[in-house]
Structure formats: structure tokens, C-alpha cells
Unconditional design. Structure first.
Length: 81
């Protein structure tokens, strides 16, 4: 079971799941299009995910990190995020 993290919301989980399932580096615009959110909302959320180490940036594209995969698998505590 995934830990409950105060600052995270449903969008964050959906972003991580999309990045994990696709295995691709995606831009905030592509993520927004696929999840039906605005690009600005995705950009704000992905910044928080990057700050926490759950995603990594490669220029303007993002991919899930090993820590992000551990979060999805429920292998981290809220304190580790």
C-alpha cells in the first residue's frame, strides 16, 4: 500500500503511474493531454514530484525515478518521501 503523503494528491499518483506504465520521457504538455489536466497544473505538480525525487528531468522531459517506482510499489514510508 502506498504511503499517505500530506502534500501529494490524486494527480501526483496519476502522473507517476503514466510515467511508469509508458516507460517514456514525457513533457508536461503530453502528460496533461493524456491525463486531461491543464499543462500549468501538471507543471506545478511535476515540480513538486521532482523536488521530492520521485521524477527526474532530462531537459524539458520527465521520467519516473527509482524512488518513484518504490513509492508506487508501496516500498517507501511517508517520511522517506
Amino acid at each position: 500500500m502506498r504511503p499517505r503523503v500530506d502534500w501529494m494528491n490524486q494527480t501526483d499518483d496519476r502522473i507517476l503511474e503514466l510515467l511508469d506504465e509508458s516507460g517514456l520521457d514525457l513533457s508536461p504538455s503530453v502528460i496533461a493531454h493524456n491525463l486531461d489536466y491543464s499543462r500549468s497544473w501538471i507543471s506545478r505538480r511535476i515540480d513538486k514530484l521532482e523536488d521530492s525525487g520521485l521524477v527526474e528531468a532530462d531537459g524539458t522531459y520527465y521520467h519516473i525515478s527509482e524512488k518513484g517506482r518504490d513509492y508506487l510499489a508501496g516500498d517507501l514510508t511517508a517520511e522517506e518521501i
